[in-house]
Structures are given as structure tokens and as C-alpha cells.
Write a protein that binds this ligand. Structure first.
Ligand code: PLP
Length: 394
């Protein structure tokens, strides 16, 4: 379709593929053979669109941020993914995947979660569809993210602690994989970002692409031109950015900016700035850019925002970085917290700290007065209140 989307072998340039244990091959292959025909069918589209509209609350507004625009002397629009049901863009993907799972005849859902946001989005759609759900979560993460554990339990999901290794996200992923290998016929594994073996990155990007489809038509009706000058989005695994960029990838005059978490500074040893520090490597089933030691061990990432605390970026973004289509920059913990407070004070919107990274990057650019700058506000700050309070400078 485009030099920026996945090829027929499941690669984006040199990144992607399906590096999975042989035992998992039948599961992934079933998905690969069926996903496109299912999600392009009229019947799927109808149900997906209806739920996005009546359950998620789409289209989300494209809001002209008046006071922020004045401050930055340009025209800033916020794409309000924070107004989605459950408070972030992640539900766009979980709705898509559960509808797909139903059509594949699956009765059970599994997922892994780090901070719990993807777990909650998955638990939500399982309750919606009356499907059994197990979420694997590192024991350490369960202690750190109690409210999300309880949210999942209220929704009827079984949260299983991962007790191996560092008892965090990667261990939860291992447990989920193990479960999937043992239950290939009745279970679908919902991955939460544009990562994992092919076809997951492409599938998740397609579900999230509703974001840029809406931005296009909203800008068209708002200003008579579907093309902004810039689109900014934060990048953890990369799904909200993939969605915000998707329908602009071939429009080279639109500058696309991905913002990674620089943690305490890119060179501090405590960051998640993958494009600055990463090398090509394999994690979670695909070739991507990865922060790793010289002998290939994954480096523990750091970010104040749990959603950006991931040691790699998915294959699509790795490729977009490689060929220079997307400009990658980073914002530190402090810069992002300040940007979160700035948005709160200027627009009455408390953003998720992930989204605050995208806002923080505005300071690194010189905009013209009539530039149109879209920032994808991936989520709301309710879940981050404790982090704001602990940070304290407001
Ligand atoms: C999970 C999350 C992210 C990071 O994930 P991506 O796949 O990179 O989008 C960003 N913002 C919010 C609000 C999140 O919950």
C-alpha cells in the first residue's frame, strides 16, 4: 500500500517479522491469514464503527486550544483521546481485537499489562462482550498499580501475578505467551500496542488509525484543509502515534513528530529514549529498536510515566525513524510534568503524563504564526494524580 506500511512478509524495511517459538506459530498464523479479510468486511466495520460511536464516544473532539496557541504564537489543536471511555486511546484497539476474536470463534481473552492501562481496556471490552478474561501482571506492578488491579477485578477479570524474573511487564508477557501456547484454539491474546509478531503491529495500527481519519475530516470542516503542518504524539510502544500519523504518512509536507521519554535525561542511564539509545534487536516477537547492553540484554527503561516505560519502539516506528519520515525527539520527566501543569493552567485539561511528553516537545520547535499544530492528547490525567501530587511543583 505504501512504503511506510507493512509489506507482504510482515516487515517494515528491516524491522518487524514474527520471531516466535514454534509452539506459537499456529496461533499467529491463524491470525495472519484472517485478520485483513475480517477487519475489512462490511459486517465488522459496521459493528466496530457503532461501538466506537456509542460506547467509546467517537469521534473525539479536535479542540482548538486558544490560550496555549497564544502562548506558543501558533495554532494548536488537541485531539481529545483523553475523552474516550476508560480515559485513553487504548480502547480503540481492544474493541477492534475483541470483535476479531469473536469472529475467529474464540471464547477467552488473555492480555499482559504493565501499568494496568491496557489490562483495564481489555477487561472493559471483555465485560462488554461477556467473554472470560485473564490478565497477567507482574507481582511488583500489581503492588504499584493497585487501583488498576481493582478496576480489572470489578470488571470481572482474573488478574494473575507473574512471579518470575523482575516480576514486571516482560515476565507478565512471558506468562501470557505460555498460556496462549497451551490454549491455542479457544483463546485470543490481545496485545496493547504496535508491538509483537506480525500481524499485531499492522492490526493495532489499523484499529488506531481512526484517530488520524478523524483529524483529517475535522480539520477539513474546521479550516477547509485536512493537512496540518505538524502532528505530535508520545511514543511508548507507539500505538497512539501510529494512529495519529497513519493517514498522513504519504503526505510528506506534514511533519510528524514522535516524542519519547527521556526520563532523567537521555544520557542519565535512566530513560526510555529508544531512538537515541537503541540498536536493532528482537523483543516480544519482532525486530525493533531496543535499548540493550553490548551482549544484547534488554536494559531496564525509566520514565515517570508508566505508559512510556518500555525499552523499545515497535517495528513501524523503528522504520519511520530509520528512513527519516518521522522526527523523533524526547522530553524529560521534569519537562513533561511542567507541560502537564501548563496545559492544566491554560486549558483546564489535566493530561496523562504520557501525553504531557508530546506537549513538552512543543518547546523544541519554532512555529510560524499560521502553522497548524495537532497534538494527540492520548489520555487523561486522573490515573496520574498521585504522580502529580508526589512531584508537587504546582
Ligand atoms: C499506554 C499509553 C501510552 C503509550 O502507549 P502507545 O502504544 O505508545 O500509545 C500513551 N498514552 C497513554 C495515555 C497511555 O495509556
Amino acid at each position: 500500500m505504501s512504503k511506510y506500511t507493512v509489506d507482504e512478509r510482515g516487515y517494515y524495511g528491516q524491522f518487524g517479522g514474527a520471531y516466535i517459538p514454534e509452539m506459537l506459530y499456529p496461533n499467529v498464523e491463524e491470525l495472519r491469514q484472517n485478520y485483513l479479510s475480517i477487519i475489512e468486511s462490511a459486517d465488522f466495520k459496521k459493528e466496530f464503527d457503532l461501538l466506537l460511536r456509542t460506547y467509546v464516544g467517537r469521534p473525539t473532539p479536535l479542540y482548538f486550544a486558544n490560550r496555549l496557541s497564544e502562548k506558543y504564537k501558533t495554532k494548536i489543536y488537541l485531539k481529545r483521546e483523553d475523552l474516550c471511555h476508560t480515559g485513553a486511546h487504548k480502547v480503540n484497539n481492544t474493541i477492534g481485537q475483541i470483535l476479531l476474536a469473536k469472529r475467529l470463534g474464540k471464547q477467552k481473552i488473555i492480555a499482559e499489562t504493565g501499568a494496568g492501562q491496557h489490562g483495564v481496556a481489555t477487561a472493559t471490552v471483555c465485560a462488554l462482550m461477556g467473554m472470560e478474561c485473564i490478565v497477567y501482571m507482574g507481582k511488583v506492578d500489581m503492588e504499584r498499580q493497585k487501583p488498576n488491579v481493582e478496576r480489572m477485578r470489578i470488571l470481572g477479570t482474573k488478574v494473575v501475578p507473574a512471579l518470575s524474573g523482575s516480576m514486571t511487564l516482560k515476565d507478565a508477557t512471558n506468562e501470557a505467551m505460555r498460556h496462549w501456547i497451551n490454549n491455542p484454539t479457544d483463546t485470543h491474546y490481545i496485545i496493547g500496542s504496535v508491538v509483537g509478531p506480525h500481524p499485531y503491529p499492522d492490526m493495532v495500527a489499523r484499529f488506531q488509525s481512526v484517530i488520524s481519519a478523524e483529524i483529517k475530516s475535522q480539520l477539513q470542516s474546521e479550516i477547509g484543509n485536512p493537512f496540518p503542518d505538524y502532528v505530535f504524539a508520545c511514543v511508548g510502544g507507539g500505538s497512539n502515534a501510529a494512529g495519529a500519523f497513519y493517514h498522513y504518512l504519504n503526505d510528506e509536507h506534514v511533519t510528524l513528530v514522535g516524542v519519547e521519554a527521556a526520563g532523567k535525561g537521555v544520557d542519565s542511564g535512566e530513560s526510555a529514549a529508544t531512538t537515541a539509545l537503541g540498536k536493532i534487536g528482537v523483543l516480544h516477537g519482532s525486530k525493533m529498536l531496543l535499548m540493550q547492553t553490548l551482549d544484547g540484554q534488554v536494559v531496564e527503561p525509566h520514565s515517570i510515566s508508566a505508559g512510556l516505560d518500555y525499552p523499545g519502539i515497535g517495528p513501524m516506528h523503528a522504520h519511520l525513524f530509520d528512513v527519516g519520515r518521522v522526527k523523533f525527539v524526547s522530553a524529560t520527566d521534569d519537562e513533561s510534568m511542567n507541560a502537564g501543569i501548563e496545559l492544566s493552567r491554560h486549558e483546564g485539561i489535566i493530561p496523562a503524563i504520557e501525553s504531557a511528553h508530546a506537549l513538552a516537545a512543543l518547546k523544541q520547535f519554532e512555529f510560524a504564526e499560521d502553522d497548524v499544530v495537532v497534538v494527540n492528547l492520548s489520555g487523561r490525567g486522573d490515573k496520574d494524580l498521585e504522580t502529580y501530587i508526589r512531584w508537587g511543583k504546582y
